[in-house]
Design a protein around this ligand. Structure first.
Ligand SMILES: NC(=O)c1ccc[n+]([C@@H]2O[C@H](COP(=O)([O-])OP(=O)(O)OC[C@H]3O[C@@H](n4cnc5c(N)ncnc54)[C@H](OP(=O)(O)O)[C@@H]3O)[C@@H](O)[C@H]2O)c1
Length: 240
């Protein structure tokens, strides 16, 4: 039975590029997001390229629903070998640190911290038994490098990054890999890239370039096959 990648947060930016990159290597694909019509369109696009892709509509801001979702994917596709986690939408923007409050952090935490932890909990027994598996976490650069006015997302994502580093080390030698890609560019074809660009400009933030998500997907394929880095940055000249 061929391997399966589950893309949690599958849109027209990175999500579909990762699906396509792993699909080209023979993976079947589970696409997860809220809007079924958009998922069906992406699954159709991939199907036209000879990649088997199945759409699963779910709200990833509900961590308690993760076990049932993962089971649904397994029931339909038989297994999960790789997870890429990178949901983002237009209503999850940056907040200035001077304006940050507990309510904002509580709103961001289910999607960006609690659910990825629950996804790992749901897939880890299968991966540990098989001695193979990979969890790939996509984040913005503010997870690794705090920047003025670009708070809110950063503190929550940095907690998830902290968890990912512990996870990577604990899984060393088991065949199961956890890695993260921190992106400091706008992602071409992503729905949210335009809104993010406006936030950077308004905040007089760092000037950011635009990356083709196919290049990030190539980076993920290298991380998956080489498994020698807990974290990669884009552009790769950056550090935390
Ligand atoms: N876009 C950028 O410029 C940029 C820059 C730096 C880093 N990043 C990071 O790169 C990753 C990929 O970003 P992208 O913009 O290229 O993503 P994408 O693959 O184009 O789309 C992500 C998808 O996540 C889904 N999503 C959002 N909230 C969700 C929820 N509550 N439950 C289920 N699905 C949800 C959205 O679909 P629905 O609305 O239908 O649910 C969206 O289409 C993210 O981790 C992001 O933080 C992006």
């Amino acid at each position: 039975m061929s391997k399966v990648i589950a893309v949690f947060g599958a849109g027209t930016g990175l999500g579909v590029s990762v699906a396509r990159r792993f699909g080209r290597e023979g993976f079947r694909v589970a696409l997860v997001a809220r809007r079924k019509d958009r998922l069906d369109a992406l699954a159709g696009e991939l199907g036209g390229e000879g990649i088997e892709a199945v759409a699963f509509s779910a709200d990833l801001a509900k961590p308690s629903e993760v076990p049932a979702l993962v089971q649904m994917i397994r029931d339909r596709l038989g297994r999960i070998d790789v997870v890429e986690y990178g949901p983002i939408s237009g209503d999850t923007g940056f907040t200035a640190a001077t304006e940050l409050d507990a309510a904002t952090l509580m709103e961001l935490s289910p999607l960006l911290l609690f659910t990825p932890v629950e996804v790992v909990r749901a897939v880890l027994p299968e991966w540990t038994e098989r001695g193979d598996g990979a969890f790939l976490l996509t984040q913005g650069y503010s997870a690794a490098r705090p920047m003025p006015y670009l708070s809110g997302l950063g503190p929550v994502m940095s907690a998830t990054r902290n968890y990912l580093y512990s996870l990577n080390a604990e899984l060393a030698g088991t065949g199961v890999y956890a890695g993260t890609l921190s992106v400091a560019s706008l992602i071409a074809r992503s729905e949210v890239a335009a809104a993010a660009q406006a936030a950077f400009t308004a905040a007089d933030g760092p000037k950011v370039g635009i990356v083709d998500p196919d290049d990030l997907a190539d980076q993920y394929w290298r991380m998956y096959t080489e498994r020698d880095h807990v974290e990669r940055f884009y552009p790769d000249s950056l550090t935390a």
